[in-house]
Design a protein around this ligand. Structure first.
Ligand code: MG
Length: 157
């Protein structure tokens, strides 16, 4: 068994879509990012790469590469899942925290878990999601950004 941690944060701006865990959330702000800015998937990718000792997301998908401009992060996650499974790893469990002051995410949590389970080809009982505010503190608490933390556990066959 091996464990990895992942973290990501992106700024919220007008005129962009808000996509969390591959699910489009109806909101008047979205992520300023080279890709679609999906902090949940970016943090999941880093946690999986960490658990498998394979580096970080920037080494695989550089934010200077035009190929990843506005890219669907779900497709990047599928590439990482394929890579780690080729190397003999299987996902035991993924635990996600989203830090968002707004919008309220309680009504979206199940849909995000279902989408992540589908992308990672794992059961719903292996993906947990917690949504928290930042109690009005710092940039996340003031609604200028959304962040995510992830801990992933994998097994090596
Ligand atoms: Mg990112």
């Amino acid at each position: 068994m091996r464990t990895g941690i992942g973290y990501d944060i992106h700024r919220l701006v007008p005129g962009r879509m808000l996509i969390l865990g591959g699910v489009k959330i109806d909101y008047h702000l979205g992520f300023l990012a080279h890709s679609d800015g999906d902090v949940v998937i970016h943090a999941i990718i880093d946690s999986l790469l960490g658990a498998c000792c394979l580096g970080d997301i920037g080494e695989f998908f550089p934010d200077t590469d035009p190929a990843y401009k506005d890219s669907d992060s779900g497709k990047l996650l599928i590439q990482v899942i394929n890579l780690i499974s080729e190397k003999g790893f299987t996902i035991e469990h993924v635990d996600v925290i989203i830090h968002a002051e707004r919008p309220k995410l309680s009504g979206h949590k199940l849909m995000i878990r279902e989408k992540l389970a589908q992308l990672m080809k794992i059961g719903l009982d292996r993906i947990n999601l917690k949504a928290k505010t930042n109690e009005g503190l710092d940039a996340v608490g003031e609604g200028h950004a959304i962040a995510a933390w992830v801990v992933a556990t994998v097994a090596k066959n």
